[in-house]
Design a protein around this ligand. Structure first.
Ligand code: ABC
Ligand code: CA
Length: 489
């Protein structure tokens, strides 16, 4: 599937080890101690068994953890833990048998496709993970304690010479030195060597076509030279979105010149600043929109928007104010980017930094009656309704209408949204002038605020006034388009 196919979708991020146990064990459950950094037992068959839970929230795409064979470390594990997350590849030609069999994976993919959903694969090119048995003896020389037997690249020359990344401001070092630790050095693949480059290009073409994946999430994008990526993306033949973990919009946006899209890390940082407290800066959101339009290939159309992922503390670990939480989640759905929700957000999980942000979803009982499960469902439905109601939704860039100390109003016809950080204990009249936005929002037009499902009317001069309830976000659609979201109207 192409970038424009993905632009129409919303993505639920599954961390395979933590989403669902295989059907045979599902009813017994299993404990999952995030701090232990051990596998908790999630599998591809488990995901397949719980697709209703994901689709029931309105998602039409999932992103799964990397699928390839992983480094095994002795127990008890080193401080970095084990490869339960899937980011420690050892052999790219074999599957991770902790997640199931080849036929389990194919069965999941066909089940996803038969629901009309897409599946995105997470891929790691930058490194293969190694384990240094003599780490404590000689941390400066990782090769001394490493055996490459069984690795898909098994010669030292296929890796960059060892050097740790010590300065993220030095791009050559970022690209050619090593991530990881002394115990688990992430051996940096020599992507300067054309034979190795060809190996990865043909591997990705084969994986995508063999399993019929619809898109790729590319790990550690900034750790490989930019001009490696267009050939890789082309060889894959599908949509590519990369991870560039950096807050600098210009730096991150530069990568949209070499693949379709990037995860919106710069925007994420600003969303945190806006909604972490009731004293947050709403102007950060306007700044983020401005940065994206300046530095990204197609502005906000070349990003994936997220509030949480498996590498960052969960948003409710910063605040338990439900008003702030609901607004921060809403941001992801009302802007131009492809919305991405990390498993567990719908359950209001509160885990902090890695590894505590990787709680097992089965411990929630897949409860669908939770406030945030419903909130996310509404936002997905609102996006669907906007998309179905007007073709301009997918081609119109979001514009800021107004900002104030505690609110921002944004339009992306036919969706109009007002986000606020007043917080759950506030209420009050917030006025938004919408007069100049054209047809759908003209004076006297009827709108529905789809989160509270209440009707509001634009006044004779094109102004809109409404009252926030418990600091909730407001998302308006023309009333003619809102009937599927708000069935009571
Ligand atoms: C494990 C343990 C951790 C332990 C660590 C040493 O070992 O779980 O508790 O602290 C995988 C696993 C991790 C594991 C790592 C290392 O491997 O998931 O659990 O940590 O073994 C991707 C993935 C991530 C994955 C890998 C490795 C890469 O999403 O899940 O990790 O395949 C860098 C990379 C980034 C990478 C991230 C983990 O490390 O660039 O691709 N993520 C600065 C740098 C960033 C750097 C970041 C690390 O520090 O610029 O490049 O990310 O914390 C902002 C600045 C940023 C700055 C941040 C901290 O602040 O703008 O530049 O980031 O304001
Ligand atoms: Ca590298």
């Amino acid at each position: 599937a192409s970038a424009s196919d993905w632009q129409k979708r919303t993505i639920y991020q599954v961390m395979t080890d933590r989403f669902a146990l295989p059907p045979s064990q599902d009813s017994q459950g299993a404990p999952c101690d995030t701090g232990a950094q051990l596998p908790c037992g999630g599998t591809w068959s488990g995901i397949e068994n719980h697709l209703d839970y994901i689709q029931g929230m309105g998602f039409d795409a999932i992103w799964i953890s990397p699928i390839v064979a992983q480094l095994q470390v002795p127990l008890p594990p080193p401080a970095d833990g084990t490869a339960y997350h899937g980011y420690w590849p050892e052999n790219i030609y074999a599957l991770n048998d902790a997640f199931g069999t080849d036929s389990d994976l194919r069965s999941l993919i066909s089940a996803v496709h038969s629901r009309g959903m897409f599946i995105m694969l997470d891929v790691v090119v930058n490194h293969l993970a190694t384990y240094n048995v003599t780490a404590n003896a000689d941390p400066a020389n990782p090769w001394s304690g490493i055996s490459l037997t069984g690795y898909s690249l098994d010669e030292d020359s296929e890796y960059h010479p060892f050097c740790p990344i010590t300065n993220y401001g030095n791009q050559t070092m970022v690209e050619q030195c090593w991530l990881g630790s002394a115990a688990v050095p992430l051996a940096d693949v020599n992507t300067e060597n054309q034979t190795t480059v060809d190996t990865y290009y043909s591997w990705i073409g084969d994986v995508v076509s063999n399993y019929t994946f619809d898109g790729l999430r590319i790990d550690t994008l900034k750790h490989i030279r930019k001009d490696f990526w267009p050939g890789f993306a082309q060889a894959s033949g599908v949509f590519t979105i990369g991870e560039v973990l950096d807050s600098d919009a210009q730096y991150v946006g530069g990568y949209t010149q070499v693949i379709d899209a990037v995860l919106d890390y710069p925007g994420w940082g600003m969303v945190l600043q806006a909604f972490q407290t009731t004293g947050g800066s709403m102007s950060m959101l306007a700044q983020s929109i401005q940065n994206t339009s300046t530095y990204f290939k197609n502005g906000g159309f070349s990003v994936g928007s997220f509030l949480e992922n498996h590498d960052q503390p969960r948003f409710p670990s910063f605040t338990n104010d439900t008003g702030l939480i609901k607004n921060a989640i809403a941001w992801v759905f009302v802007n131009d980017g492809i919305p991405i929700v990390y498993e567990g957000q719908e359950q209001e999980y509160t885990g902090g930094a890695v590894p505590y942000d990787r709680e097992a979803i089965w411990l929630s009982g897949y409860e669908t009656n939770k406030p945030l499960y419903k909130h996310i469902t509404t936002l997905n439905m609102a996006r669907q309704a906007a998309k179905n109601g007007s073709s301009s939704f997918l081609t119109t860039h979001m514009e800021v209408i107004s900002t104030s100390t505690h609110s921002i109003a944004m339009a992306k016809y036919p969706m109009l949204s007002v986000l606020t950080n007043v917080g759950q204990s506030a209420s009050g009249q917030v006025s938004v002038a919408v007069g100049s936005l054209g047809n759908g929002y003209s004076a006297n037009s009827e709108l529905v605020e789809v989160i509270s499902c209440s009707s509001v009317k634009v006044d004779g001069s094109g102004n809109l006034a409404f009252t926030t309830q418990s600091g909730a976000p407001a998302v308006f659609l023309p009333s003619s388009m809102a009937s599927k979201v708000c069935t009571n109207l």
